[in-house]
Design a binder for this molecule. Structure first.
Ligand code: DGL
Length: 273
């Protein structure tokens, strides 16, 4: 297999990264994608840093063994610790937080809200990265949502679960929209774009930013620069591996509209002490 034919790796704590797969399939339909979701340990957002790093390193190794030509760290929570995994891979790596901060900077707004997992919120990586790009020009309001990713992971298509999702969204976003007057909201967790329709229904005037859009654009640019894009006439698919429930992953992939799912297979989880 030539380097150009190798897959692009996409990793996430769970099914959230399907929102990134969707963007990559939209922009780069010819590419073959390799997805890893750590269903056995999701949600990551309430774990301590040491545990997230150990789990992330396990996934990075998986991707390096399969010789991906580029790696997307879809998960924002993992992106906050991605530096501690970079020794494991030899391909170009793109992470959600860098892409999200680039997207905010390009938008030129003055007040932005970021909703994310509690871990991402506590790391303060988003405020730091956004302010580094536009010092003194933007105010960043951040809110950690302890239950939202887990609810989305297991409740797509379930009315009761979605009512809880809306409750969580309101708890996070009402103060930012009503008191802080945010002009846009960055969806700082891959699970949230999967319920973007709910957010739009609750806040029709609020602009939503999904880091995956920018990440896919940066990926395409980098592959083009290295002459690693697969020829346009080819159509790629996605192979999904999970440490979680294979049937649930297959269902979620279908619910969120992934195209050309070649396989959904189980992979053994990292055993933690
Ligand atoms: N989807 C992940 C993110 O983008 C985290 C969800 C979780 O596992 O808590 O941050």
């Amino acid at each position: 297999m030539t380097e150009r034919e190798r897959p692009i790796g996409i990793l996430d704590s769970g099914i959230g990264g399907f929102s990134v797969v969707r963007q990559v399939q939209r922009l780069l339909p010819g590419e073959e994608l390799l997805y890893f979701g750590d269903g056995a340990h999701v949600p990551y957002g309430n774990h301590p840093a040491q545990k997230i790093v150990a789990l992330a390193r396990y996934m990075f190794r998986f991707m390096q063994q399969r010789r991906v030509k580029a790696l997307l760290v879809a998960c924002n929570t993992i992106s906050c610790v991605a530096e501690q995994c970079m020794d494991l891979v030899s391909c170009p790596v793109f992470n959600a937080v860098q892409a999200g901060a680039d997207a905010v900077a390009a938008l030129g707004v003055e007040r932005v809200g970021v909703i994310s997992t509690v871990f991402t919120h506590n790391c303060r990586t988003y405020p730091r990265e956004i302010l580094a790009r536009r010092p003194g020009e933007v105010r960043v309001y951040s809110c950690g949502c302890p239950h939202l990713a887990r609810l989305v992971e297991h409740s797509l298509g379930d009315g009761g679960g979605m009512a809880q999702v809306e409750e969580e969204l309101r708890r996070a976003l009402d103060p930012m929209v009503e008191r802080q007057g945010i002009q846009c909201c960055l969806l700082g967790c891959t699970h949230y774009p999967l319920v973007a329709d709910r957010i739009r229904k609750l806040y029709p005037a609020l602009e939503l930013l999904d880091p995956a859009v920018e990440m896919a654009a940066q990926l395409r640019q980098a592959l083009r620069r290295r002459d690693l894009l697969r020829p346009g006439e080819e159509i790629g698919g996605v192979s999904i591996y999970t440490t979680g429930d294979v049937k649930e992953y297959a269902l979620r992939a279908q619910q969120v509209g992934l195209k050309r799912v070649r396989r959904v297979e189980a992979y053994p989880p990292l055993e933690l002490d």
